[in-house]
Design a protein. Structure first.
Length: 165
């Protein structure tokens, strides 16, 4: 065996050794949907979305501060807009709001009855405009991965409207 053939054989054996010893790097692992759900579930150590003025407070106070700012901003916008109702309305709607990983709000869904739709046909658009008026928030943080995450919450809104003449 000449020197060149021996070197080629040695290189081939060396490459084969690395390929077979490194196969564990290419193995795939399967994560069950239950493990994903458990890791994704909200825990007491996770931090919900917030506003800068709410920072530094205890977790419950910070959450209350966040809710008060969201509620008052939407309420003020709805009061300024004063939509005209075609009939008397007294009901509660449930709006689902999303705060994305950059802290921007969006209206995802709103549960509106047909009676409310008939009385205030522009209500969903007005509510969407109200949500768009919310200031940028600090996004939620998932503590087990330490990154900003999208969060959603439901906001009940009580509608009281008098029939316009």
């Amino acid at each position: 065996m000449n020197q060149s053939t021996a070197f080629t054989s040695f290189v081939f054996i060396l490459i084969s050794f690395f390929m077979f010893s490194g196969c564990h790097l290419f193995e795939s692992t399967t994560v069950s949907s239950q493990e994903i759900a458990k890791a994704s579930s909200w825990t007491s150590t996770d931090i919900g979305p917030s506003f800068e003025v709410c920072e530094g407070k205890e977790a419950d106070e910070m959450n209350t501060c966040f809710k008060e700012i969201v509620t008052s901003t939407i309420k003020e916008f709805l009061l300024k807009t004063t939509p005209v109702a075609s009939q008397r309305i007294e009901e509660e709607v449930l709006a689902t709001l999303r705060v994305d990983e950059k802290g921007y709000f969006s209206l995802m869904t709103v549960d509106i009855s047909n009676a409310l739709r008939d009385a205030l046909p522009d209500f969903e658009k007005i509510l969407k405009d109200a949500v768009n008026q919310l200031p940028q928030a600090k996004p939620a943080i998932k503590s087990n991965v330490g990154i900003f995450v999208v969060s959603e919450f439901q906001l009940p809104i009580r509608i009281l409207a008098q029939e316009s003449n």
